[in-house]
Write a new protein. Structure first.
Lengths: 349, 349, 349, 349
């Protein structure tokens, strides 16, 4: 609970990086001392992001571990898949702490990474070092660590909605079906037909059905908490909005479990964790109700006709699904209160 | 293929009614001779709908069966639940043909209607007369009938996506899970917090989970084609867009069925039916690709890891999900080509 | 009113081209016999535009005047600025009639084109041949012509809103200020940060202030109808929607002119022209009220406090602002009723 | 710069009230001790606003001055027009400080209020007491006052964009034309056809042309800084987005003034005022660049062809246009730094 930490952000010109800047601006014990970009080094960061005018007047630095180490103690990586795999070793060797928001160190199996990401995996040595920071599930392991792999956006919403029920045996893991929906900012700032306004507005699309690279990440955690291999059906859809993820999850109930049983189970599991809010019976979370905040809201329906439970979990993909949880991991690493600098009220409407 | 038909529209000031006006304006053998409204009779229809200025200059008529019969041969009802139940008997007795777009005559069981709709059901006598017009499944029964009950929007998208597989035994009906999403126009033109722009824009919501009145309609048809009772898990979501429905459907595959088997099955089932388009492997339909048209596009993924099929089906809820299929039913009743006046190219983008 | 015309579309993979395909699909006397693309020749057009699946099963042709001439009588160009300038001579020489939707032949002055478009202008010889087809103003000149330059989207909305008042001397041309707003489809299908969904959704932007290439086109026509040079202040804004343009126009009134005077003037000017609808006092047109149609709706406010009139004009930029007016010009060239194949009711909501 | 202040919010169930709750949650020297509602007293505030779950667990109080005084020192009124006029006297007499976000005390002339608002005006005695808190223009007058009338959303964006130029004589006040655009949240949370999602999505509308009640407020200030009566042309439009206002303003330049002259003038005028950001030449502010923040960003174009300047000013209507500026006024009243608790980075994207 002591001194401040100086942080650098690699990938400052993407949405994850710029959201880190927004959130860290009000963090009482972290200060951003370097923002870097491989493509725009030397330019003022506010040039590409005019909303930062007069807020951040600094220039973008080169992605140079020695330079970064001279300015910062810890680095956030908010880079496209494949970049962190190559960069992290030199950052760690330079003595920097690292929180990687990309997917490069989430999967413990290199084969699995290469199958789902279609890229070369990082060194097993560094993969083994990375602590997977799903805060409300594995937060205890993060304290004092130097290298955190921050969970994906879909896995965060999905796992927070499933882990208590799987761990407690309330649902049959073999029956889990996950129907996920995301706002467009999840696709990043790159321009393509797939992110073109006129193609997405007034449109609802399915994509990467059964092929999304977040599937093995979800299964890795569910298998861990179930104590045996779990495979799932997972579909992603694109919603005509900027921020927000909803995972709607279905599973067969094991034993006699009422709606109240599920609500109690989750309230107990997440006791003391401020960022997970369990809804009362009959109340369904909507993505706007967590917009701009680090909350994950979860609601339930138990259907006696089918013997299935429906679980709905929502997050802001750029906050709890990326930059917010990364700062939560920073707090946990440093032994601070996990909510430090993250107590934003959702922006509504 | 002979003479023209004069049609009246009851409920002309809602979205279903006004979409009938749009579509019928280019129908070569139907002419709208009366538009009625219980709330605004006497006013020009273009007053509440300025997009109809100089296109329809007539005044709204009272909802009076004798008056309607003096002007028209057939009436479309695009009214809220509960209205058609009371109105249809007098319309049929006045000698009018009737196509009811509301849910009042879809369920053959009065108990089921009263349980799910929370309203008094229509007379069993009239329920028995109503032919359920899911065109591509039951179209043959519609020819020459006087009273058609037009399917609901969610059931249309869902059933066109499930019926061939259930009927052929490719999937286990007990495992069907339906995750449905709709644009806001499905909620009608009534103003409420639930249709307020600032509450829905940049928001994605679940609603009526396991409680939607379209559940028994879907189960009634699936039970019919399966030859035994089918119950399903069905969730609805609200998408920040005006038009469009997507049903994402999951089920366990029975036997060895490849993706190509599903595509062949559906192509065969829908052979000669112009409004259902089966996508090739790897192509997923998006709601905008059927916007403003009577098409239903369907795509598939077969997942060998889980043994499940994922089926995605999209429609425009106001066209194939309401006014368009109602006109298709008019065509089928009259013995005309079912595509008459409905060959709209989707408006893209 | 005789035989049919076979048409080719160059630039079929942009929004203007694909809208021509949509609209011409229901034209009773024109048939699209060739769709071309310089970038995707040989591919099925429905591959890039799945909404055309089973509607258009043809492959994209090369942009080859001889090939096109073997298939078609007339060609629509829906190409980016600079393409038509080079292509039109060979098309005309091949004996094809041409309707150019791009800006390459709208400005009579090559200098002006090069100043505002920052590209090399077309040959003066061909510029002189091009008839500027603002249908309700210059439609009479189009009959029998071989080469039409179709007006820009902003000029169409703006000029239909200003020409009667300028010509009649009801307003002082020196005081005209035009505040224009457009949906994103006006920027075309090219992917860039400027058309990225997350950058435009929940955002309202000004762009090209006093620099838009449609300024000289507007001034050219206003100068023509005023009988003396007119220069204007013109600002464009980007609205988070796909289709629609609104021009809000301000000018000082000359003489004593009431709201009713303006309404009468415009009703007289546009008498018999079905696609311009003059609103009654107190009714303001909204872009959705013309969505998907060829209408231009115009409303007025006369402010006695300031002595100014405010004129609001709306169109669908892809229809009356591009493909629709191009077909209207086809109709006028051929001596057909100008509304042929264009009587779409706006899609509402 | 001393002790904390306890504040109550009247009208906590509207968008202005709930935004005050969001912003004040991170204010270091103000604490919300009572949230009231005339319609929902006794209910938990989080019931109607689930985004506040576990953040605010209190019940809504009745609107009772004595009760409020027992809990708070100062009250914010975020009520519909006409309510504050009746309520403020009893609040002031109870010894509460008051910041009124509604329009009831902005106009110094009762006649003007009654003409434009179509409601009975407040007592002249209380109108005279109210200090109009346009922070960057009249902020000096606010210190130590007990009763502040907070400016309207359109006037804030418009006046911050015009006052320096009018005061310095750079533009001719008689030529000012204001074309304003607002997101839908400006219309409040009341449900009506005018706030219905399907009516507004993919739509752009003009409304209250030359009739908006913010016109006399704008003119009152411009007349004050010009030193003579100013009347203006003012049009409002509704943008399909939730938050954000842009005012695009046009005026004839007086004297020889370059773009750089305008930029210098504004930079000087707003020196030391953190919430106004003047854009460099060629950079245009967009509403998303101030979303969720208290900034007002202003850009310019000087057009030599017409001798006019175009000024673009953007704010978040719920922050700088309502709750944010109200807190800025609280800070100024109390003698605190005006940015206290308001240093939010805009949420982008």
């Amino acid at each position: 609970m002591s001194e401040n930490v100086k942080v650098a952000i690699i990938g400052s010109t993407g949405y994850g990086g710029v959201e880190l800047i927004r959130l860290l601006a009000s963090h009482p014990q972290a200060v951003v001392t370097s923002v870097t970009s491989s493509s725009s080094a030397g330019a003022p960061i506010a040039e590409g992001f005019p909303h930062l005018s007069e807020i951040r007047t600094d220039m973008l630095d080169d992605v140079d571990p020695a330079l970064i180490k001279s300015k910062a103690d810890l680095v956030f990586l908010a880079t496209p898949a494949g970049v962190a795999a190559k960069l992290v070793p030199s950052l760690l060797e330079a003595g920097l702490k690292v929180i990687d928001i990309s997917g490069d160190f989430r999967l413990k199996s290199r084969d699995s990474y290469e199958k789902w990401y279609k890229k070369e995996a990082a060194d097993q040595h560094y993969i083994d070092q990375a602590e997977y920071g799903l805060s409300e599930v594995y937060g205890d392991r993060v304290l004092g660590k130097d290298f955190i792999s921050n969970p994906g956006c879909f896995p965060t919403a999905t796992l927070l909605g499933l882990v208590p029920a799987v761990q407690a045996g309330y649902i049959d893991p073999a029956t889990i079906i996950i129907d996920a929906k995301s706002g467009v900012s999840g696709a990043g700032r790159g321009a393509s037909l797939g992110t073109h306004y006129s193609e997405l507005n007034e449109n609802f699309k399915a994509y990467k059905v059964n092929k999304h690279q977040h599937i093995p990440e979800i299964e890795q955690v569910l298998s861990d908490v179930a104590g045996r291999p779990v495979i799932t059906t997972f579909t992603t859809h694109l919603v005509p909005m900027t921020r927000g993820i909803m995972s709607t999850m279905y599973a067969s109930i094991q034993g006699e479990r009422s709606l109240e049983d599920f609500i109690s189970l989750y309230n107990n599991y997440y006791e003391g964790r401020r960022f997970v809010r369990i809804r009362q019976a009959g109340s369904w979370p909507a993505t706007k109700e967590v917009w701009g905040s680090n909350y994950c809201d979860i609601g339930f329906s138990v259907d006696e006709r089918t013997g299935r439970v429906t679980i709905v979990s929502v997050i802001d993909n750029l906050v709890k699904g990326a930059a917010g949880q990364a700062i939560q991991n920073l707090n946990l690493m440093m032994g601070w209160d996990e909510t430090l600098g993250l107590q934003f009220v959702p922006a509504y409407p």
